[in-house]
Design a protein around this ligand. Structure first.
Ligand code: KG4
Ligand code: ZN
Length: 355
């Protein structure tokens, strides 16, 4: 059975064709990074407009790539939240119109459920129950998953999501957007022990909090500026932003690498440690890691090491399935189909939609 998946929850227009919830036949993602990067973050209005331009060509390409026509598709699975409301509206309206005109079922998928099920698109995939850590630009949550639709949230971020912290720190450092991949690369060349940023473990809780870590980076930059360690005359100056540090400050390239590595070390320590606590507390030896931040090279490595130490199976999708895509929506949608959980023409997207 082929399901057409659609995701327009944020700044990627994505469509995919997936067979039986597990086999990717085609997977197309049209990124808007070039549009948003000059603003240092996503501009919702621009995102919605671009989705309108791209939704038809992207769906067309996904069907062509699968060698399929609309008549071969058994259902359309669309992400209906959480996300940017204008962006979500484009995908949902398109999917509703398509299902109505072709008389095929519509399946409504929560974006987080999609990230969770990205781990079912490759082999080996996890059996139930498992612990699911989702770390993305909009969310950082830990779930116990006992079956399809049986999710218990163990914790979530109280402020910034992990990816959001990466993006904000990247902006503070005068680097580009999205910040995660840039910091990931710079961190690999820096010293993770150079700066002792705080690790927000929030003992006794599975919640996360990353805004303090981001602020610690800001204070560090200011303190470096105040000390006047590096001057504008130095070659290799990276930051000369008087909004961040004072006029005389200048952070060098090698410092940036150390800051990136030290920041990332905190982020990875916290994410891995919380997953480890969940394994112990729930007595479950299977963990999935998904969402954009799971593309992070250090996090992938450290999670696998922790899994080896704890004799726990760790499932992390390939990098292209970590960030937003529609194959994961089609995969989760397949289970809605099996459960006869169909959405109607009254489906409305929701910016806030707990799992
Ligand atoms: O899952 P995703 O594509 O979109 C949301 O649902 O939010 O995640 C995007 C986030 C961005 O914040 C981006 O900086 C982060 O994932 N990201 C990374 C890496 N690649 C993407 N963070 C850390 N390391 C990476 N390699
Ligand atoms: Zn996402």
């Amino acid at each position: 059975m082929l399901i057409l998946g659609i995701d327009t929850s944020c700044d990627d227009t994505a469509a995919a064709v997936v067979e039986n919830g597990a086999k990717i036949i085609s997977n197309i993602v049209s990124s808007q990074t070039d549009i948003h990067k000059k603003y240092g973050g996503i501009v919702p209005e621009l995102a919605s407009r671009r989705h309108i331009e791209m939704i038809l060509p992207v769906v067309d390409e996904a069907l062509k790539g699968a060698g399929a026509g609309f008549e071969d598709v058994s259902a359309v699975a669309v992400c209906h939240g959480p996300g940017l409301i204008g962006s979500l509206l484009v995908g949902c309206s398109f999917a509703k119109a398509l299902c109505f005109s072709k008389n095929i079922p519509l399946l409504a998928v929560n974006h987080l459920e999609g990230h969770m099920f990205s781990c079912f698109l490759e082999e080996p995939h996890p059996g139930f129950p498992f612990i699911s850590l989702i770390a993305s630009g909009g969310h950082t949550s830990l779930y116990r998953v006992d079956g399809f639709g049986k999710y218990r949230e163990l914790g979530r971020t109280r402020d910034d999501a992990a990816g959001e912290a990466y993006d904000k720190v990247s902006k503070l450092l005068g680097l580009g957007y999205p910040g995660g991949p840039i910091i990931d690369k710079l961190a690999s060349e820096g010293n993770p022990k150079a700066i002792d940023f705080p690790r927000p473990y929030l003992p006794e809780s599975f919640d996360f909090s990353f805004s303090g870590l981001k602020t610690a980076v800001l204070h560090y930059l200011r303190s470096q500026g105040a000390k006047g360690q590096n001057t504008i005359q130095d070659t290799g100056c990276r930051i000369q932003d008087k909004n961040i540090v004072n006029r005389e400050s200048c952070i060098m390239d090698h410092d940036i690498k150390d800051i990136a590595a030290s920041f990332q070390a905190c982020m990875v320590d916290v994410l891995v440690r919380k997953a480890e606590w969940a394994i112990k507390k729930e007595g479950i030896r299977r963990v999935t890691l998904s969402g954009g931040v799971s593309a992070n090279s250090e996090l992938r490595k450290r999670m696998k090491e922790m899994g080896d130490e704890r004799e726990t199976e760790i499932f992390i999708p390939s990098v292209n399935l970590c960030t937003d895509n529609a194959a994961m929506i089609a995969s989760a949608g397949y289970h809605h189909f099996l459960n006869k959980d169909f959405a109607g023409a009254g489906l409305n997207p929701k910016a806030y939609l707990p799992l």
